[in-house]
Design a protein around this ligand. Structure first.
Ligand code: SF4
Length: 378
């Protein structure tokens, strides 16, 4: 296992399931949180002993359903087993409707230094449509709680491409998002997997389907407005004030090693991809019967696939990937290896190449999946 790791902890509990959600999260299981915290501590004991940790990220689900005491318990376990870098970025995802100013003060005092708030929209009709548990007023209140509690590294998540959401609606949300004082914004286009309630509503014709041209316009509007306000577009879906890029997520986009703890958590270590079972009952039982997590996946990533994934993840970053970095890491000449694909995509205006650096063009960011699938091994 590499010595310096990015540590992800999955907290799969939610108050209620949102209409668009296909993440691993369990509503109405709050009673299992204490046992889950114990299971996390056991898994940490098996997997992080002696390791140096450069970032910790509590994702979900709704990690803010854990009390400050439970978070403290987990963080103390991590510190007792591993070496947490003094400058480590420690992020927790939190949802409006589950937080208060004292709660944020308490977790700030534990050393949590970055908050990611799942706001999704500042329009009440849109929030109701996607089944969020909070109103726009509660979202604004959560931001205010965070600032008053001393958080100065705040991310807000938003969704565009919502049914009935006009360009004007999106502009209003974005404008307020910038004014509210967030250092980081993550903007995701709505994607619905088969079977989620909102997908059913659209399939029945009760709501309009996604208008892809409008979503593209919304994305380009975000690129323009955020650039004018001094946010740096550093990854396809992420913008930050300079110096506030998410260090934990940059580990993923650099295709560097990370360790995931908890139900459904994924890891990439020593050239292998591992995934814990997404079944919370199996996960909890695993530590009762035998002291090891239940892996659903444990596969070697071939050098060919590691190269492709590194190129694809690197291209997600707006700065692009450097020919010399790929040469150093894989001993491969990027331009020779992908000559045909890259030539076609540069000619199609999807990729740009200069100063030995390859990056997506503005058009390429809109059509990134068209680029990425062509780089995967056959
Ligand atoms: S809060 Fe997030 S994880 Fe929980 S149900 Fe809603 S979208 Fe899913």
């Amino acid at each position: 296992m590499p010595d310096d790791i990015a540590l992800y902890i999955h907290i799969p509990f939610c108050r209620r399931k949102c209409n668009y959600c296909s993440f691993i999260s369990y509503p109405h299981r709050d009673a299992d949180i204490p046992a889950y915290v114990e299971a996390l501590k056991q898994e940490l004991g098996l997997r992080i002993r002696g390791k140096s940790i450069r970032s910790i990220y509590f994702g979900g689900g709704t990690p803010s359903l854990l009390s400050a005491r439970q978070l403290n318990d987990i963080l103390a376990t991590i510190s007792s087993l591993g070496r947490v870098n003094q400058m480590a970025e420690i992020t927790i995802e939190a949802n409006p409707g589950t937080v208060s100013e004292p709660y944020f003060r308490d977790i700030r005092a534990l050393g949590v230094n970055r908050l990611s708030l799942g706001i999704q929209s500042l329009n009440d009709a849109e929030l109701a449509l996607i089944g969020r548990i909070h109103t726009a007023a509660e979202a604004r209140e959560a931001v205010s709680f965070a600032h008053k509690a001393g958080f100065n590294n705040l991310n807000l998540d938003f969704i565009y491409g919502l049914p009935k959401q006009t360009l004007n609606d999106w502009q209003k949300t974005l404008t307020e998002a910038m004014e509210i004082g967030a250092e980081h914004l993550s903007l995701y286009c709505l994607t619905l997997e088969d079977g989620v309630p909102l997908w059913g509503t659209i399939k029945r014709g009760d709501l309009p389907d996604t208008d892809h041209d409008l979503s593209a316009d919304q994305y380009e509007m975000a690129e323009d407005l955020l650039a004018e306000s001094g946010y740096r577009h550093y990854e396809i879906s992420n913008w930050a004030r300079p110096g506030y890029e998410c260090r934990h997520n940059l580990t993923y986009w650099d295709n560097s090693p990370y360790l995931g703890i908890g139900a459904a958590a994924h890891s990439f270590l020593n050239g292998r991809r591992l995934a814990n079972t997404p079944d919370i009952d199996k996960y909890l039982d695993a530590f009762v019967d035998k002291p090891e997590p239940v892996l659903d996946l444990n596969e070697e990533i071939s050098p060919e696939l590691q190269l492709a994934e590194t190129v694809i993840l690197g291209l997600r970053q707006c700065q692009g990937i450097y020919h010399d970095d790929i040469q150093r890491r894989f001993g491969i000449d990027l331009l020779k290896r992908y000559r045909r694909e890259l030539t076609e995509m540069v000619n199609a205006g999807l990729l740009e190449y200069d100063n030995r650096c390859l990056r997506l063009s503005r058009r390429g960011r809109l059509l990134s999946n068209e680029v990425f699938w062509r780089l995967l091994p056959e």
